[in-house]
Design a protein around this ligand. Structure first.
Ligand code: DSN
Length: 428
């Protein structure tokens, strides 16, 4: 139960919007793979009086007085993240994934330096070199792509590209790739060309924390992740790094800073001011939750649910990129259903199923109206749904797409979705 009595009294307009959004979240099937539902404990930490404090700097070395308790909370967040991922050094202050990646770029490279990143259309993230992001504007990105036939990362092709381009950094990680990543292969390539290896594990951090996806922290110089996706924490990010690095370049020798210090320096003061202490405390709560044995069961169920949903969708004639999934997400090419990704997103919205339109590898269409949609199971798994519910979800999706011009059928699906949701209430 979330009580917001003061808000209701003082600002009923915002209170009512929040209530309606809560009903939307509870009465529909949220399948966006980067979304989740946080515990009431995480919500309470986010809504706490820690928001009142300024604490520029790092624990025990702040530019403001009165940070004794903020230091304790940030220390706890750091220690728990280290334990969860086996990291040597953790910075818990990044406000979100893009600023975290920006701080890492600033720490490892000078503007104009070259790096390898996965192309956006093949599942990479905007900050992995898209021309509209700082990463593509300030740095030279040599993009790598998935194989046209298999739609999988071709590690030999990445290696050839790295040998030809001699990048300063290689970025692994994705926001829309339905398969396991071989971080050790990326590391071998990075070692061969003496490049930094940065893994952005935002999507799979929860699976890594639970030990069901290989953990790149042991290989990589730097690992970034958001905290609100499969990790199920507050909106924000962390950066994990080694304390020392192997390739002391001129820039850092002059700075007399090791890798961890360079990361910290480029978060604050490089790219951010005061940390959001209420969010950092909520990150600590999330890490504690993720350290519990139940979290492993949760992460395993995410993957089981994704497999069942993807098989159900393929049984209904959908073409899944790479023919399935190993992780929490799947990407559907809607071309054979004669509908675009944008139209499919709208049709599914009408039956209270939320997905997002997404480009597919080598998409002929533009990102605003691409050929695909992206789905994932972290949030429905948090609600307690299992394989049998996933079979129903696949049926609802197929029926809605196949009968998209029949409002009676769509209304029936919307009612079925509502009935299913009522059995899995998370916030009452
Ligand atoms: N916007 C996130 C996602 O949906 O995958 C990535 O940052």
């Amino acid at each position: 139960m979330i009580i917001m009595k003061s808000l209701k009294d003082s600002d009923p307009e915002i209170y009512n919007i929040i209530q309606r959004e809560k009903e939307r979240q509870m009465n529909g099937l949220e399948l966006i793979p980067s979304e989740n539902l946080v515990s009431t404990a995480v919500l309470e930490a986010m809504g706490s009086i820690l928001t009142n404090k300024y604490s520029e700097g790092y624990p025990h070395k702040r530019y403001y007085g009165g940070n004794i308790f903020i230091d304790q909370a940030e220390d706890l967040a750091i220690e728990r993240a280290k334990q969860l991922f086996g990291a040597e050094h953790v910075n818990v202050q990044p406000l979100s994934g893009s600023p975290a990646n920006m701080a890492v770029f600033f720490a490892l490279m000078n503007p104009g330096d070259k790096f390898l990143g996965m192309d956006l259309s093949c599942g990479g993230h905007l900050t992995h070199g898209s021309p509209v992001s700082f990463s593509g504007k300030l740095y030279k990105c040599a993009p790598y792509f998935v194989d046209k036939e298999t739609e999988l990362i071709d590690y030999d092709a990445v290696r050839k590209l790295a040998l030809a381009e001699k990048p300063k950094m290689i970025m692994s990680g994705f926001s829309a790739y339905p398969r396991t990543l071989d971080f050790s292969e990326f590391q071998k390539i990075a070692d061969e060309v003496e490049a930094y290896h940065v893994a952005d594990v935002a999507h799979i951090a929860g699976l890594i924390a639970a030990g069901i996806h290989d953990n790149p922290v042991k290989y990589c110089d730097v690992v970034t992740t958001t905290t609100h996706k499969t990790l199920r924490g507050p909106r924000g990010a962390i950066i994990m790094s080694k304390i020392d690095d192997r390739y002391h370049d001129k820039y850092r020798k002059e700075e007399k800073k090791n890798l961890a210090q360079m990361i910290d320096f480029n978060v604050f003061p490089g790219t951010q001011g005061g940390p959001h202490d209420h969010i950092n405390a909520a990150k600590a709560v999330c890490f504690k939750e993720a350290l519990q044995p139940e979290f492993k069961d949760y992460a395993k169920q995410i993957v089981k649910n994704a497999k069942t949903l993807s098989e159900g969708l393929m049984d209904h004639g959908f073409r899944l990129i790479t023919n399935g999934t190993d992780n929490h997400l799947m990407l559907i090419d809607m071309t054979n259903k004669n509908i675009t990704g944008k139209e499919a997103e709208t049709v599914l919205d009408e039956v209270s199923i939320t997905v997002n339109k997404n480009t597919i590898p080598y998409d002929q269409r533009k990102p605003w109206d691409p050929s695909g949609i992206r789905l994932g199971t972290p949030l429905l798994t948090t609600r307690g749904m299992c394989e049998s519910e996933m079979k129903s979800v696949a049926e609802y999706i197929a029926k809605a797409i196949d009968h998209r011009n029949d409002s009676t059928i769509k209304e029936k699906i919307r009612q079925d979705v509502l009935q299913l949701c009522k059995k899995f209430v998370f916030y009452s």
